[in-house]
Design a protein around this ligand. Structure first.
Ligand code: HPA
Length: 280
């Protein structure tokens, strides 16, 4: 399905009925990372079901609500959980929330996700600032920018050489250094899921230069960059991707959620520092 401007405007007007705050910054909180939105001041929450057109996640660990409030002096709109392509939604549906943020006036989006570590130097609980991506579903034609282009939102052809804002990354790095938080920086490879990768796929991704793997984020980056929004994205490494057959361990969703608890405080420190440090 594809949306029209009316669909975005309808969603915007429902959100405005709940809150008169004008958010500058959009936050997307991935698997197990949603509790960060509970720290917003003066917050109001809107269940996704209340917003027409909004895709609702069916996956445990992705509570679905939009939270609007203040964080470190910035007016923030946070997605507590997100819907995924593997749930059967189209790429247009899973990125509808980013478009709605654009129509709400959001200028900067900070995306977070749970990811498997491909880089052998990564451990569970580490953070990785994304500085580039490999879009496997996108290269195979699953991209939200397919179809007629609305020139009033953005250009037909979107450059991605500087998709992940250099200044925001620099800011995140300086906060991590000040607060002694280990922060890697690298390439996120997007897969459709929902099955985790085979060991052969993990070795292939490593050879290609990917440092972490996950099932979200990059299609949101495309839609955000299409609309000219600034993007920062950070992965929480929730598991170490398995790269050899006959291993005794198997990746599972429970470990992904469990690791979120270690990651949330570190991520919160970095995100708050970034919000303090930039003018939206
Ligand atoms: N693979 C894909 N997506 C993920 C993983 C993984 O290992 N961990 C968390 N999300």
């Amino acid at each position: 399905m594809s949306y029209t401007r009316t669909d975005y405007e309808q969603a915007v007007s429902i959100i405005r009925e709940h809150s008169s705050l004008m958010p500058d910054v959009g936050l997307v909180l991935g698997s197990g990372l949603g509790t960060l939105a509970d720290t917003l001041e003066d917050r109001i929450a809107i269940p996704y079901e209340a917003i027409p057109g909004w895709p609702v996640s069916t996956v445990h660990g992705h509570s679905g609500q939009l939270v609007i409030g203040k964080l470190e002096g910035q007016t923030v709109i946070a997605q507590q959980g997100r819907a995924h392509f593997y749930e059967g939604y189209t790429m247009q549906q899973v990125t509808f929330p980013i478009r709605v943020m654009h129509f709400l006036g959001v200028k900067t989006v900070i995306l977070t996700n749970a990811a498997g570590g491909i880089d052998p130097s990564f451990s569970v609980g580490d953070l990785m600032l994304i500085n580039d991506h490999i879009n496997f579903p996108g290269l195979a034609g699953h991209t939200p920018l397919l179809g007629p282009n609305d020139e009033t939102i953005g250009a037909r052809f979107v450059g991605l050489a500087q998709a992940y804002d250099r200044d925001l990354r620099q800011l995140a790095r300086s906060i991590a250094t000040d607060d002694n938080i280990p922060l890697h920086e690298g390439v996120y490879v997007a897969v459709s899921g929902p099955a985790f990768e085979t060991p052969a796929e993990i070795r292939m991704f490593r050879t290609m230069g990917a440092n972490a793997v996950g099932m979200s984020t990059v299609h949101e980056v495309l839609v955000a960059r299409h609309a000219g929004m600034r993007v920062m994205a950070c992965s929480g490494i929730t598991n170490v991707a398995i790269d050899a057959v006959d291993s005794d361990v198997e990746t599972n969703h429970e470990e992904v959620l469990e690791a979120g608890k270690v990651i949330v405080p570190r991520l919160a420190t970095i995100l708050k520092g970034v919000l303090r440090g930039f003018s939206a």
